[in-house]
Design a protein around this ligand. Structure first.
Ligand code: T4K
Length: 413
């Protein structure tokens, strides 16, 4: 058991637990030699982008791994979403959770669609199908589910609703690469699913993403759309953008795929250690994963119930940051409280009670290959000492804040 005392905490005058910052989204780097070999190959070949051989190989490998017919590699997850939305011909209103990265919602609004915010299930943090059904209007054309933290949405219920009302069903699978639902890999559901391979994801292509689908027509459309609508050298047959993945990104992706199992293994070990260390602490919950499914364990999600702990999530965050543990409160404050949505839909929060609760409770803790057992033990020691002294920590933080405020006031006069 740790001997850490409150007075050891950096926020109360002690030395920070870590000299260097610990990040939530520290990239996992694949075997350097394999990556550099591929990079050198790209330079020799002088084929840098536009459906080069590495992009083609990457698409094939991802499709094989997921067991899906089509993988279209893209320059990032947001472009993947935008193109999928356009290709699926979504119009008017689309139902989407507010508890997601803002890129999900921007992808709709960017194309003048109206995002209709739907509440989430408080346990899974995923869009609540019962609520979805209540949000459907004659103008609804689709549902955008998000597999938050890599845990699949209630896919059967959403599929049933989409069929019943003849709606398109897309999934933002940015968090769910390498995860499965009832033994089938994420990427096989709805009309199409979009991945993000951003640097902060456990598997990255620097920047990158992909749309995967089993729908032949949709795949053909998406391929055209991500390349300006070119069907031949000078034949453009529809509107499109530049959403292409580059060869260096595909090289990073191919190298990362070779190390994917190791990344997941490290994430799983980290997650289990967090779970063991934090077990039994009152008022906090570490989100669990269905371990009979494939999971990537890329987010360690910690919920703080202030009514029990007496310190809020934000107070915990302050303590952790002062120790150089840069935990993140994804997806605070909820998309509906960000612009332009806050101004467009000022009352959206009334329909989102669970989202409003969840955004106040969640904290993502550092994991990935940059974090080891020593770091996790230290982070958990800090969390434990805060939780075991919740009322004292809160009082001292408030005193500190008052002192700072009065200093600021004096400076202003
Ligand atoms: N849908 C969902 C559900 C998503 O979560 C995302 C992206 C998207 C769609 C859109 O996909 P992309 O278009 O991004 O492919 C980060 C990522 O930028 C974003 O990709 C991700 N979700 C989101 C959850 O997290 P920020 O604002 O937290 O990024 P940032 O720069 O603060 O980085 C996070 C931490 O990672 C920092 O502590 C620093 C560290 N970091 C970051 C980078 C880029 C590194 O150590 N090295 C790095 O190279 O959004």
């Amino acid at each position: 058991m740790s001997k850490l005392q409150l007075s050891d905490l950096a926020i109360f005058g002690g030395k920070a637990a870590f000299d260097a910052e610990l990040h939530v989204g520290r990239p996992n780097v694949p075997d350097r030699r394999r990556l550099l070999e591929r990079m050198s190959d790209i330079l020799d070949r002088k084929w840098l982008t536009n459906n080069g051989p590495y992009v083609q190989e990457f698409e094939q490998r991802v499709a094989e791994m997921i067991g899906v017919k089509h993988c279209i590699a893209m320059c990032n997850g947001t472009a993947a979403l935008e193109v999928a939305i356009k290709a699926a011909d979504l119009r008017d209103e689309v139902i989407v959770p507010s508890f997601t990265f803002v890129g999900t919602v921007h992808a709709l609004q960017w194309q003048q669609l109206k995002p209709v915010f739907c509440d989430v299930d408080p346990l899974s943090h995923n869009i609540d199908p019962a609520r979805v059904e209540q949000m459907i209007t004659p103008r609804t054309t689709g549902i955008m589910g998000v597999h938050v933290w890599g845990r699949p949405c209630d896919i059967p219920a959403l599929t049933k609703i989409s069929k019943k009302y003849n709606l398109r069903l897309l999934f933002d699978a940015a968090h769910a690469f390498g995860c499965s639902h009832r033994g089938r890999m994420i990427g096989n559901f709805g009309d199409a699913e979009a991945f993000s391979f951003h640097a902060t994801k456990f598997f990255n292509t620097f920047e990158g993403g992909a749309v995967v689908t089993n729908n032949e027509d949709l795949a053909a459309k998406i391929r055209l759309m991500k390349n300006f609508g070119f069907a031949g050298n000078d034949e453009v047959i529809q509107i499109g953008i530049n959403g292409k993945m580059s060869e260096p990104s595909a090289a990073m992706g191919l190298s990362g795929l070779e190390n994917l199992d190791e990344f997941i293994k490290v994430n799983r070990i980290n997650y289990q250690q967090y779970r063991n260390e934090l077990e039994g602490l009152q008022g906090v919950r570490l989100l669990t994963f269905d371990e009979s499914e494939k999971c990537n364990f890329q987010y360690v999600v910690f919920e703080v119930d202030e009514s029990v702990t007496q310190v809020s999530r934000d107070e915990m965050l302050r303590v952790l940051w002062s120790e150089n543990v840069l935990a993140r409160r994804y997806f605070y404050p909820g998309c509906h409280r960000m612009e332009p949505y806050r101004s467009l839909f000022p009352n959206a929060g009334l329909m989102l009670p669970e989202t409003e609760r969840v955004v106040e409770r969640v904290l993502c803790l550092p994991t990935g290959t940059s974090i080891g057992s020593h770091e996790i033990r230290t982070i958990c020691d800090i969390i434990r000492v805060v939780l075991l002294n919740g009322d004292v920590v809160r009082k001292r933080l408030r005193d500190l804040q008052q002192m700072m405020d009065s200093k600021d006031r004096k400076k202003m006069h």
